[in-house]
Design a protein around this ligand. Structure first.
Ligand SMILES: NC(=O)c1ccc[n+]([C@@H]2O[C@H](COP(=O)([O-])OP(=O)(O)OC[C@H]3O[C@@H](n4cnc5c(N)ncnc54)[C@H](O)[C@@H]3O)[C@@H](O)[C@H]2O)c1
Length: 295
């Protein structure tokens, strides 16, 4: 593959959900001609409305100028026809639902529709690009590029090299992330959870283990982490915020991926999950949120 790092001008984002729409906005703000594709046309209207609201807020808070926002919207086109959206893409970032079968089908189609030189990345949080490599012709152009939610606010991306990924692909996505104003960390090997979620999960696991061993209360463990480590939020408050169910499923998936039942959900997490105490969204998790504005 020739080095086309500086020549990339057009980015296609597949999936206009919570992540895809903001990733597309970042690409447009970075100066790329950007196509945002979704299989559900109504999602494209919702995404554009949402982006208008978000960008108006960002302009009001002086995070972007009105001119930057307008220029970015002028570079952003939504499209529900994949062949049309993919025809001149230099780079594709996939952010569709977290289902391997859906992603494999999409990447197989992309393999046929994008120019041969285009590079391809998945924003998946748990599916490494190796699981997609066999459906893509020339898998050296495939890798993971993992954004954080919400992408317009959290500046990190994890760029993950699969065994099939070429250095040129890494360089091109690195340059794209740079122009999107993101800070990139490069993972030289694929691993479940990448870096951020592995570190976070280690903190969650230790906090829960300390609590289960009767060492300290959940309030005191949260206080230890906020006041002692300067984290903005303690692990139990964060588990409640992100959702007990989400964390339960991630741990179950981790145990499956690692082939290690011990890596599965802890006793406490399982009890809360089975009791429907899913965190803030259900009113109760590790903490009780039912009294308005209180924890
Ligand atoms: N939400 C997060 O916090 C977060 C963070 C990092 C990474 N991710 C990853 O980003 C991806 C998307 O997550 P999300 O939260 O934006 O999901 P979402 O449910 O908000 O959006 C998914 C979108 O994909 C569309 N879609 C489904 N099948 C499609 C197809 N075949 N072609 C095109 N579009 C299709 C849906 O219509 C929907 O608009 C997932 O892989 C997820 O693991 C999510």
């Amino acid at each position: 593959m020739t080095d086309t790092t500086s020549a990339d001008t057009t980015v296609l984002v597949c999936g206009a959900g919570a992540m895809g729409r903001q990733i597309a906005m970042l690409a447009a703000l970075g100066g790329y001609e950007t196509r945002l594709y979704d299989v559900a046309p109504e999602q494209l209207d919702i995404a554009l409305d949402d982006l208008r609201t978000i960008m108006a807020r960002r302009v009001a808070k002086q995070r972007n100028t009105a001119e930057e926002a307008e220029a970015a919207f002028a570079r952003l086109a939504v499209c529900d026809d994949l062949a049309e959206a993919a025809a001149d893409a230099d780079a594709v970032i996939e952010a569709v639902v977290e289902r391997l079968d859906v992603k494999r089908e999409l990447f197989a189609k992309l393999g046929e529709l994008v120019p041969e030189e285009a590079v391809l990345a998945t924003n998946s949080s748990s599916i490494v690009s190796s699981k997609l490599a066999d459906v893509v012709p020339n898998p050296e152009r495939l890798c993971n590029l993992h954004f954080f939610n919400p992408p317009l606010v959290l500046t990190l991306v994890e760029l993950v090299r699969g065994p099939h990924t070429s250095s040129s692909t890494i360089e091109r996505f690195s340059a794209i992330a740079d122009r999107m104003g993101r800070t990139t960390v490069l993972l030289e090997k694929e691993i479940f959870g990448f870096v951020v979620n592995r570190v976070l999960r280690a903190i969650f696991d230790e906090a829960i283990a300390l609590h289960e061993a009767g060492i300290a209360s959940i309030e005191d463990i949260d206080t230890a982490v906020t006041a002692g480590l300067n984290h903005p939020i303690g692990p139990f408050a964060l588990l409640d915020l992100t959702g007990i169910d989400v964390n339960y499923h991630i741990k179950a998936l981790e145990a499956e991926e690692l082939g290690d039942p011990a890596a599965g959900p802890s006793r406490t997490l399982t009890e809360l999950y089975e009791a429907g105490r899913l965190g803030r969204k259900s009113g109760q998790g590790f903490y009780d949120y039912r009294a308005e504005g209180e924890r």
